[in-house]
Ligand binder design. Structure first.
Ligand SMILES: *Cc1c(COP(=O)(O)O)cnc(C)c1O
Length: 398
């Protein structure tokens, strides 16, 4: 047998992808499954974006590009930051990568040495701790609770800083909780980070998916000093239903962007040329498809939260953004099915998939086993039916 690298110790397949695969297989076998596992919008990529890609192919934009992206896309990103976030960047402070995930991966590779600590508030996106560890760093998890809206307080942040702390990851709105920090909360965090010389890594991939008019802006826009101490990560995947196109981008200091570009030049080279042209249209073109999607998501969120809160043993926080609900199901723990007690989020997810035909994601890999994550990136009809099935399935427990 081949001996694999020790770097892979403890690295597991993403649980989110695993349960989605099982649900898909059951669906393919003819089972009626409602999927709340999706980590991507269920809307199609808007037509104007697809057409820009087709045009790029026809125009022969099918060769290598500059490693960090074509100037047209860098300029579209720069214009986006100016328009939405009141932030000014130059071309050499922006790099385009093969998806937001790739942006974050390259960032950690460029940033971390052995022993460097990265503060990650939990619940967290499953990939952060793994990517920090792969880069040789040490993830430091700061647990937040539903009581505080799944947000880290300045006090908790300060208490988790050591002499080895290199950076903090802020993901607002958050996957998996949908929680979002207000502008004031971001300013407070930024102040501590500046004072303690902790780099802010702000994953703003769900920036545009917020509800009831909630808006916080980028943490980088707090002040010029804060901007210099912040790396902003964003992308087109979630905002424009472009998960398959693989375009993410980073804004940071010239030095850091150059380092990320060097890593990218020796690994993937440029993101797909055609996707880059599609992303130019996504950022510069009409935004009405996004507006339609946000309105629809808001309706589904309300239906899902209200429905879940009506189920005995379930309680659920109303998120400000993203397209997930993080529901506390620990009230059901200890109840039995066929004589066996359900004891954790994986038990619940398995039970709901097998006995209710509903796919949800256990909260354990996101850092809290008392919860399950449900995505409302599916029709309102499915949301209503799926929540009803969960309620019925919990009623059947012993
Ligand atoms: C989806 C997601 C990303 C990036 O996704 P890509 O498809 O790689 O662009 C980044 N951060 C979070 C928290 C996400 O949920």
């Amino acid at each position: 047998m081949i001996k694999l690298s020790s770097r892979l110790n403890g690295l597991e397949e993403s649980v989110t992808l695993a349960i989605t695969a099982r649900a898909k297989a059951m669906k393919a076998a003819g089972r009626d499954i409602i999927g709340f596992g999706a980590g991507e919008p269920d809307f199609d990529t808007p037509e104007n974006i697809k057409n820009a890609a087709i045009k790029a192919i026809k125009d022969g934009q099918t060769k290598y590009t500059a490693v960090g992206g074509i100037n047209e896309l860098k300029d579209a990103v720069i214009a986006k930051f100016r328009r939405d976030n009141n932030l000014e960047y130059k071309r050499d402070e922006v790099i385009v990568s093969c998806g937001g995930k790739h942006s974050i991966y390259n960032l950690f590779q460029a940033l971390l040495d052995k022993g460097d600590e990265v503060i990650i508030p939990s619940p967290y996106w499953v990939s952060y701790p793994v990517m920090v560890a792969l880069a040789g760093g040490t993830p430091v998890i700061v647990k937040t609770s539903e009581k505080s809206g799944f947000k880290m307080s300045v006090k908790e942040f300060s208490a988790s800083i050591t002499k080895n702390t290199k950076a903090i990851v802020i993901n607002s709105p958050s996957n998996p909780t949908g929680a979002a920090y207000t502008a004031e909360e971001l300013a407070d965090i930024a102040e501590v980070a500046l004072k303690k010389n902790v780099l802010i890594i702000s994953d703003e991939i769900y920036e545009k998916l917020t509800y009831n008019g909630f808006k916080s802006g980028s943490i980088a826009s707090v002040s010029d000093e804060v901007k210099k101490n912040t790396v902003v990560l964003n992308g087109v995947s979630k905002t424009y239903s472009m998960t398959g196109w693989r375009i993410g981008y980073t804004a940071a200091s010239k030095e850091l962007v150059q380092a990320m570009s060097n890593i990218q030049s020796q690994s993937t080279s440029n993101p797909a040329s055609i996707s880059q042209w599609a992303a130019v249209e996504a950022l510069n073109g009409p935004q009405d498809a996004l507006d339609t999607m946000v309105k629809e998501f808001e309706k589904r969120r309300d239906a899902m939260v209200d429905g879940l809160n009506g189920i005995k043993g379930v309680s659920c926080f109303k998120p400000q953004g993203a397209f997930y609900v993080f529901a506390n199901i620990s009230g059901v723990y200890g109840r039995t099915f066929e004589g066996k007690a359900l004891r954790g989020s994986a038990d619940i997810a398995g039970y709901l998939l097998d006995n209710a035909g509903v796919a949800v994601v256990p909260g354990e890999p996101f850092g809290d086993d008392a919860y399950i994550r449900l995505s409302y990136a599916t029709s309102l009809k499915n949301v209503v039916e799926g929540v009803k099935r969960i309620g019925d399935a919990f009623l059947r427990l012993g």
